[in-house]
Ligand binder design. Sequence first.
Ligand code: HEC
Length: 263
Amino acid sequence: MSSSEDPREKLSDAPRHRRTYRELHDGREPFFPNFLLKEWIIGAMFIVGFLIWVLLNKVGLGSIANPNDSSYIPVPDWYFLFLYQALKYYPGNGEVFGAFLVPVIVTLLLIFLPWIDWSKNRRPFKRPLATASMVLVIIMMSWLTAEAWAQHQAEVGGSAAGGSSSSTSGLPFAVQHPTSTALMATSMPGYQLFENTCAGCHGQNLEGSVGPELRGIGNVASSSQLLPVITKGFPPNMPPGGGLTNKSQLQQIADWLSQQKQK
Ligand code: HEC
């Protein structure tokens, strides 16, 4: 039997599965390169935009870790705040449910989504269930994040250190949280000393972090009032002299702080 008599040859030149594939994709956009290219362009635009945003917005380091500060309240980074907050609603043994079961179920749903949702429709309004679930997830995440942040601010405000919040009660100088935030007299030697010794707790721009905000402190305190307070410190929250023992350097810092008359 010669090859031309092979019955399989008479069927068609193209194998059946290839033909149906071609028919299927007739007049449609191929995934490679068209679709992938679009995805890639959007991805590249996002990364470049994000880089520019980061470069234009100088993000400083947080405050220096202080092992002596027992009032420090740790929180996760903002993008995990919603998970952190969600845990609070599962007290006691319910934590297993909140920390393990719910995330596993959600992850499994995501993995099996292609088998669960067969719809080829891409318009959001024609897919009410998928759209509604996504909107619900976004609302839940935003609400949980906002709630976590509000609760954290309340906790920090209530703690002894005060942080940058408005709890300055019990402190010798009641700083008035001025609207102007620019530092003053930065050519004075006390400025550099402050940045090196005190800014870790009071912020590079006096905005406060572990220690209270010191902007506008020059409005309520003179250099001679500041010096003894700084020298004594507030153990254990603030070590004497902020850890500095050199008297003339402390004097320089007090001189500089008394010039911080932001309104
Ligand atoms: C380890 C962190 C830390 C360092 C370092 C530190 N401080 Fe403080 N400072 C605090 C805390 C916390 C308070 C609030 C005290 C309290 O809550 O009892 C405070 C309070 C103050 C106050 C009183 C503010 C007011 O409104 O009455 C002044 C002034 C001050 N610090 C200046 C300084 C200076 C100047 C330095 C550097 C020489 C310095 N601090 C270094 C943590 C620090």
